[in-house]
Design a protein around this ligand. Structure first.
Ligand code: PEP
Ligand code: CO
Length: 465
């Protein structure tokens, strides 16, 4: 065995292997009609280069460990379901840009470095409550995301097609390649305020107040940077460099297994499809296949936790995913709905705290607040989304724990999917582009960043920071 200077990132457990999930029940499993074709694709996929490296993953993990202590803040966001057709330069730039701008607002309000994680470059698989969709007399497999099948309602499109696993990989790689080039070229560098400027795109959709607030934030940040530079702080260079990490729901275990690799000179295996995979609310069964695969990798792992979660079960889940109780390793993403936060969240947080488990608590204020509009379109209201974030801050402050991040479904486009702040129900069908859940549009996302920032600044003032 190779001796390594690296501390283990997960516990070496002889009962685990990248394929040990195959003996477990896999919720939301996909049935492929040609197992031979699936095998051929997976064999090819497992020879293709990793999409991310263990060094990046370890770096993210150490930043998440700091977020756990309240020293950093996680901003995770992007589409509910990415589409392969959206892998296009300007669309990717807009996704990066909205995350950058929101992170700047949060940084300025909270005084904490922000960790940016996109639901990006691989968020192509979706769990569905019903595996079959029926329209009139016709029943077909539901649309499980572009990694699995096509959205069009015809038999050929809806057939789960193994080739799509390769296409998903390729589109993740192309997206990531462009994101990395943008970062390397200084797109996201704080020394290039022209890119941070709202005027870079014509954003007529923003209110004058948001525009003015944002201009104040950019000039304050630029002033602070110049001041530190004048003092000769060598950390400025580091501070101004902006990193992006990628995340997606680790739903397709065939795909994740093929990209789970042993890394030279490290003791753990890593899921190298993205930096931060998460397990969804529907697939987090303790003895299920998803928990089995992800318990064995060195990545930080997110788990969505809904209103019906049992505190003892959540504690056990954390123990299974992180038996060595390593910092920065486990992220619990609560998504219980604005009205239920104060009833449900305290008992979960208390149980985890009592058990001495190290986790990063994050609020997803989207998935517990989905409603149907009169037209039948799925929507979410801005005020409910904000109320859930604020209630999460309240609960953690009351319990002396840390809310270390937020997780949004959002887009840099001017869509009409969530109501509030300029979009009422009657406007929803104007530009409803999501194939899955409704996202905050560009202006709503910016307003949300300011509102969350104000709440964080309030907490900061109360703590005398
Ligand atoms: C999602 O994040 O798009 C999702 C399906 O979330 P959850 O598992 O929390 O329902
Ligand atoms: Co969603």
């Amino acid at each position: 065995m190779l001796l390594s200077a690296d501390a283990p990132s997960s516990s070496p457990d002889p009962s685990w292997s990248p394929s040990s999930w195959r003996a477990r029940t896999e919720a939301h499993a996909i049935t492929y009609d040609d197992p031979g074709e699936l095998e051929r694709v997976l064999a090819r996929l497992s020879t293709l280069p990793p999409l991310v490296t263990s060094w990046e993953i370890e770096r993210l993990k150490s930043q998440l460990a700091e977020a756990q202590q309240g020293k950093r803040f996680l901003l995770q966001g992007g589409d509910c379901a990415e589409m392969l057709d959206d892998c296009e330069g300007s669309a990717i730039t807009r996704k990066i840009k909205i995350l950058l701008q929101m992170s700047l607002v949060l940084l300025q309000a909270s005084g904490k470095p922000v960790i940016r994680v996109g639901r990006l470059a691989g968020q192509y698989a979706k769990p569905r409550s019903n595996p079959v969709e029926t329209r009139g007399e016709v029943s077909l497999p539901s649309y499980f995301g572009d990694l699995i099948n096509g959205a069009e309602f015809d038999a050929a499109s809806r057939r789960p097609d193994p080739e799509r696993l390769l296409r998903g990989y390729a589109h993740s790689a192309m997206t990531l390649n462009f994101v990395r080039s943008l970062s390397a070229a200084g797109f996201a560098d704080l020394h290039h305020p022209e890119y941070w400027d709202l005027g870079f795109f014509d954003r007529a959709d923003l209110t004058p107040e948001v525009r003015a607030d944002y201009q104040r934030v950019t000039s304050e940040v630029s002033r602070a940077m110049r001041f530190m530079e004048a003092l000769g702080e060598d950390s400025v260079e580091k501070l101004s460099r902006v990193e992006f990490f990628t995340s997606h729901e680790g739903l397709s275990l065939n795909y994740e297994e093929a990209l789970t690799r042993q890394v030279p000179r490290r003791q753990s295996r890593y899921a190298l499809s993205c930096h931060l995979p998460w397990i969804g609310e529907r697939t987090r069964a303790l003895d299920g296949a998803h928990v089995e695969l992800f318990r064995g990798v060195g990545n930080p792992i997110g788990v969505k936790v809904g209103p019906s979660a049992d505190p003892a079960e959540v504690v056990e889940l954390v123990g299974r995913l992180n038996p060595m109780n390593l910092p920065g390793k486990t992220i619990l993403v609560s998504r219980v709905g604005a009205r239920r936060v104060k009833e449900v969240l305290p008992r979960l947080v208390e149980a985890v705290k009592r058990a001495g488990k190290r986790v990063l608590w994050v609020c997803d204020p989207m998935h517990g607040n989905t409603v149907s509009a009169k037209s039948g379109l799925k929507t979410r209201n801005f005020e409910d989304i904000l109320a859930e974030v604020e209630a999460c801050f309240d609960v953690h402050e009351d319990l002396g724990t840390v809310l270390g991040g937020v997780h949004f479904e959002l887009t840099g486009e001017d869509v009409t999917e969530c109501t509030g702040r300029g979009v009422d129900e009657s406007l929803l069908d104007k530009r409803y582009a999501s194939r899955c859940d409704p996202r905050l549009n560009y202006a709503q996302a910016m307003e949300m960043a300011f509102a969350v920032g104000r709440r964080m600044a309030k907490g900061r003032a109360a703590n005398g920071a």
